[in-house]
Ligand binder design. Structure first.
Ligand code: NAP
Ligand code: MG
Length: 504
């Protein structure tokens, strides 16, 4: 199988070259023993655009060895924070230089609009790298006075070691940056497993890793099926930590594999069924826009999608009207069409899953007030769909859909709103819209979620921590908090005067 493919860019004469091997020790190599390939689709056309090598458990093993060797020799404690910072910034520079091509590749493989890939996902990823480049030489421990005459102690925040990073398909470049940047800043080495659905940009970024000058083995990329490479990484005895973003079901498997192997540290960023509350005092026009964004951004393929909306009775009819006309202004279309603000769903599996939920909403008696009509064309299209007249037992209200599907309910009192919002096994995000400051403070304190937006929704910042409560995950990404996921604290006790009498 060819190790380099040329992928034509839609609506242009350009072609993008991608190395389709496994990226280990700064080289693209074939699999040791797998002849399997992963086919990559353009979800807007259903065409196969490339095939990449599907790595095996043996390939994961080889990548882990490369990462361990780098950790012991050229990275980890062998390199200054300043040098790590310099290289991470260099990588950010190269992403900036290649932003258009990276965005085109992301659009071809994931489907999202080119402008969103370029100006949101990759722009944010570059900022993420620079943010953690800033941290790399500022990771410090504590000095602890124990007894001035006899003893002092200090802590070192050491890199945890070799990290397996398993990322999903909804933000392939962004999730790559969120994982790679803090790990590198802390001094860890990496074996990255991108999703089988979207491995191309991780491979392209691997080329930039070499160009930036990272020592061999610091970042390795092994495209592989989840049940093969992902499972092998999670169970590997020489991996010190797994960072994962994806479904709760897979998160559970990873934690189990970690427990059964070497008790490696695990951080999980899982799904959500995030509520937004519209109180009667809200700026309704603005709230309708944030609610529409929460539902439609990334065509709803977002762990923090605001997929449940509860409106106070007194403004219900008025708000519904505003919401429907706001959502209608969204155009879902081919990512290379400048007018598209959302693309297709990523795959046939996701398409069938989301349509299954829409059918179940109808069958369980919810009322469709927008969408729910299939297009009769190629591509994995789902237009924004809104259900009202819901109840708490419906599948569309309980389960993560991962498409542009919103369930709308109503409430009379603040207590009722909070109870509805918290009635979920998830706890990733929640939003509230109100101009009553006391209400904002009260309600934000009572919502059970790792992130609460007040009069906003879905926007994140690299310097603010992100993660879930309940079954939405463990650990935090972004901000200084993410560094804790990639460091282990060593305490050093130093005797400066105590003479031990023996026997005691
Ligand atoms: P998934 O299985 O959780 O995929 C996420 C990542 O985990 C991918 O890299 C996947 O690899 C890998 N993986 C799969 N099985 C694994 C295993 N046994 N051990 C280790 N890693 C494994 O999610 P999905 O099946 O693609 O999507 C299903 C649903 O998950 C979606 O509808 C959505 O509800 C949720 N989801 C959530 C997020 C999020 O951002 N929180 C992201 C994606 C999906 P492969 O892709 O190669 O299988
Ligand atoms: Mg899978």
């Amino acid at each position: 199988m060819a190790t380099v493919v040329k992928i034509p860019v839609t609506n242009s004469n350009k072609e993008i070259t991608v190395n389709t091997g496994l990226f280990i020790n700064n080289e693209f190599v074939p699999s040791l023993d797998s002849s399997e390939v992963i086919q990559c689709f353009n979800p807007a056309t259903e065409d196969v655009i490339a095939s990449v090598v599907a790595g095996s458990a043996k390939d994961i093993d080889r990548a882990v060895s490369a990462a361990r060797h780098a950790f012991k020799t050229t990275w980890g404690k062998n390199v200054t924070g300043w040098e790590r910072s310099r290289l991470i910034n260099k990588l950010a520079d190269l992403m900036e230089k290649n932003v258009q091509e990276l965005a085109e590749l992301e659009t071809l493989n994931n489907g999202k609009p080119l402008t969103i890939a370029r100006d949101f996902d990759i722009e944010d990823s570059i900022q993420c790298l620079r943010y953690y480049a800033g941290w790399a030489d500022k990771i410090t421990g504590q000095t602890i006075e124990v007894d001035n005459k006899s003893k002092m102690a200090f802590t070192r925040h050491e890199p945890i070691g070799v990290c397996g990073q398993i990322i999903p398909w909804n933000y392939p470049i962004n999730m790559w940056a969120w994982k790679v940047a803090p790990a590198l800043a802390a001094g860890c080495t990496i074996v990255m497993k991108p999703s089988e659905l979207t491995p191309l940009t991780a491979l392209k970024l691997s080329e930039l890793v070499v160009e930036a000058g990272f020592p061999a083995g610091v970042i390795n990329t092994v495209p592989s099926l989840g049940s093969v490479g992902g499972a092998a990484l999670s169970a590997h005895p020489d991996v010190d930590k797994i960072a994962f973003t994806g479904s709760t079901i897979t998160g559970r498997k990873i934690m189990e594999a970690a427990a059964k192997s070497n008790l490696k540290k695990v951080s999980l960023e899982l799904g959500g069924k995030s509520p937004q509350l519209i109180f009667e005092s809200a700026d309704l026009e603005q709230a309708a826009k944030w609610a529409a964004l929460g539902m439609c951004f990334n065509t709803g393929q977002d762990c923090i999608a605001g997929s449940r909306l509860y409106i106070q009775d007194s403004v219900y009819d008025k708000f519904i009207e505003m919401l429907v006309s706001t959502v209608k202004a969204t155009k879902i279309g081919n990512g290379f069409d400048e007018k598209s603000s959302g693309g297709p769903l990523v795959s046939k599996t996701q398409f069938d899953r989301v349509w299954g939920y829409i059918d179940s909403g109808k069958a369980e008696g919810a009322k469709v007030i927008l969408g729910a009509e299939k297009r009769n064309t190629k591509g994995y299209w789902v237009d924004p769909t809104i259900f009202t007249e819901i109840n708490a037992d419906m599948k569309i209200v309980k389960e993560e859909i991962f498409g542009p599907v919103l369930s709308v309910g109503r409430f009379k009192t603040e207590e009722e709103a909070i109870a509805l919002a918290n009635n979920t096994t998830y706890g990733l995000g929640a939003g509230l819209h109100s101009t009553d400051a006391s209400q904002c403070m009260r309600v934000s304190g009572l919502l059970e979620a790792g992130t609460v937006w007040v009069n906003q929704y879905i926007l994140l910042n690299n310097n603010v921590p992100f993660g879930g409560k309940k079954q939405s995950g463990i650990g935090r990404e972004l901000g200084s908090y993410a560094l804790e996921e990639y460091t282990s604290v060593k305490a050093v006790h130093w005797n400066i005067g105590e003479k031990l009498k023996w026997p005691l």
